[in-house]
Design a protein around this ligand. Structure first.
Ligand code: GLN
Length: 212
């Protein structure tokens, strides 16, 4: 069981590999909360956008009236971690997307959807990632996007060849691959650290914040 004061991290649960993210979050000691409607965001300290299909997730965000509440929460500084389809949703623009595909934004990047090829072109790679200690991370790419342009505020955390596949901008983290599928929970640990340092009570209650 997570500690009572452990961060509550939502997982957008409309489509995609929700269970795998929930499992990884529990493994790193966070509370995991499935988010299907705007009211599920109450009391959530951070949010994961899972891998899946960004066009489907986008359509369901519209159906469930989540698009504007989520855009607002991200603008207000809610920490978010997107993997694969989640990275696409966080981009400011998408190349090779569907024309009507809605994005949430939050990351000043342009991504190319399905950039590494089709389903049969899925692959794995060992990646050294900035901010992740303990050796390379095994990264699973499934019809993955890559980041084609990054804004000045965006930190590149990792590349495959010369293609950017992991980025961070303040409290927003995104990977073109699926850390939730490998059992290596270091990306989730990094995200939960971001969530813990962003927790409002830590900033506002003087002297009560923990050291990390
Ligand atoms: N190609 C998918 C999309 O456009 C992403 C694939 C994934 O999340 N594994 O959303």
């Amino acid at each position: 069981m997570p500690r009572t004061d452990a961060p509550r991290v939502g997982v957008l649960a409309l489509q995609g590999d929700v269970r795998e993210h929930v499992r990884a979050l529990l493994a790193v000691g966070a509370h995991a909360v499935e988010v299907r409607r705007a009211s599920d965001l109450d009391g959530v300290d951070g949010l994961v956008l899972p891998g899946g299909e960004s066009t489907t997730i986008g359509r369901l965000l519209r159906v469930f009236d989540l698009l504007e509440p989520l855009r607002g929460a991200i603008v207000d500084g809610l920490p978010v971690f997107g993997s694969c389809a989640g990275m696409i949703l966080l981009a400011r623009d998408v190349l090779d997307g569907r024309p009507d595909q809605p994005l949430l934004g939050g990351l000043d990047v342009v991504v190319r959807r399905n950039a590494f090829g089709r389903q049969v072109d899925s692959f794995e790679a060992e990646l050294d990632l900035a901010g992740v200690a303990g050796g390379p991370v095994r990264a699973v790419f499934i019809r993955a996007p890559w980041v084609e342009k990054v804004g000045d505020e965006v930190e590149v955390l990792g590349r495959v060849g010369d293609r950017t596949v992991a980025v961070r901008q303040d409290n927003v983290l995104a990977t073109a691959f699926h850390p939730e599928l490998t059992g290596d929970t270091r990306m989730h640990e990094l995200f939960v650290d971001i969530v813990e340092s962003a927790k409002p009570w830590k900033k506002t209650v003087e002297g009560m914040g923990r050291d990390r």
